[in-house]
Design a protein around this ligand. Structure first.
Ligand code: CAA
Length: 258
């Protein structure tokens, strides 16, 4: 499959999707989001791939929705075409882990796409904001909800109401990003992290991701109950027997992903 607004490659067991509209700082037009959707679906189907990375350029992960494309839309258009719902949210449907490797600007929809991923590794030049308020709009791809859950109401509210830019140190302090990495090492570090995940038992990785995600959707007691049921189900896998046997026998496990 050939794409115009993204690049895709596979390294080891990692699928890498690079947003690539350099002239527009990777702003999300309809075509780019269609391509992101197709590429993520292809990575999901590929049995060789155990983990996915979404990244951008050194200057911009993405500067958000394409304002030039969005400018002329009216209410009936965005409602009928299901703007955003139609092709922005595939990352949230992936069962394999998706890592956002963010350098430079992650603004508006860019910040929202990064937050749809399972965790964010950020270069030391990364900057995050929800600047929609400055152009007479508001976050529309989950920003008000995921930011509030991720960094708390006060900071989320300030970010959404002022549009201010958050630097990477603040983003790490408040839990938006999991780690800060020197810019020159971001890609390699993201691939190594993804490869490490890809080498664990794939079904158990997917179950673990599902359990952590449940924390966002339910009460603590229901979430713990869900975790317990899923934990019990792990004992029905070959990989659990192999992993524990390998520990006892002081050798590396060979997971068969079943
Ligand atoms: N949409 C369309 N084009 C964009 C863009 C965007 N979101 N962001 C940048 N570009 C384009 C610029 O128009 C410019 O193109 P031209 O050379 O043809 O003029 C090119 O990318 C480079 O941008 P700048 O010259 O502005 O670069 P800079 O380094 O001076 O500034 C920036 C960088 C601070 C990111 C600035 O480009 C900017 O503020 N961009 C807009 C950010 C924004 O408001 N994003 C939110 C979009 S709304 C949204 O995402 C809605 C939602 O929640 C779903």
């Amino acid at each position: 499959m050939s794409y115009e607004c993204i690049l895709t490659e596979v390294e080891g067991n990692v699928g890498i999707l690079t947003l690539h509209r350099p002239d527009a700082l990777n702003a999300f037009n309809w075509q780019l989001m269609d391509e992101v959707t197709l590429a993520l679906q292809a990575f999901e189907k590929d049995d060789n791939i155990g983990c996915i990375i979404i990244t951008g350029s050194e200057k911009a992960f993405a500067a958000g929705a394409d304002i030039k494309e969005m400018q002329s839309k009216d209410y009936m258009t965005v409602y009928k075409e299901e703007f955003i719902t139609a092709n922005w949210e595939e990352a949230t449907r992936c069962r394999k882990p998706v890592i956002a490797a963010v350098a430079g600007y992650a603004l508006g929809g860019g910040c929202e796409l990064a937050m749809m991923c399972d965790f964010i590794l950020a270069a030391d030049n990364a900057k995050f904001s929800q600047p929609e308020i400055t152009i007479g709009a508001m976050p529309g791809a989950g920003g008000t909800q995921r930011l509030a859950r991720s960094i708390g109401k006060s900071k989320a509210m300030e970010m959404c109401l002022t549009g201010r830019m958050m630097d990477v140190e603040e983003a790490e302090r408040c839990g938006l990003v999991s780690r800060i990495i020197p810019l020159a090492e971001l890609r390699e570090e993201a691939i190594q992290t993804a490869q490490k995940i890809a080498e664990f038992s794939r079904p158990i990785v997917m179950l673990t991701k599902e359990a952590v995600d449940r924390a966002y959707e339910t009460t603590l007691s229901e979430g713990v109950r869900f975790e317990r049921r899923v934990f019990h189900s792990v004992f029905g896998t070959e990989d659990q027997r192999e992993g524990m046997a390998a520990f006892v026998e002081k050798r590396k496990p060979t997971f068969k992903h079943r």
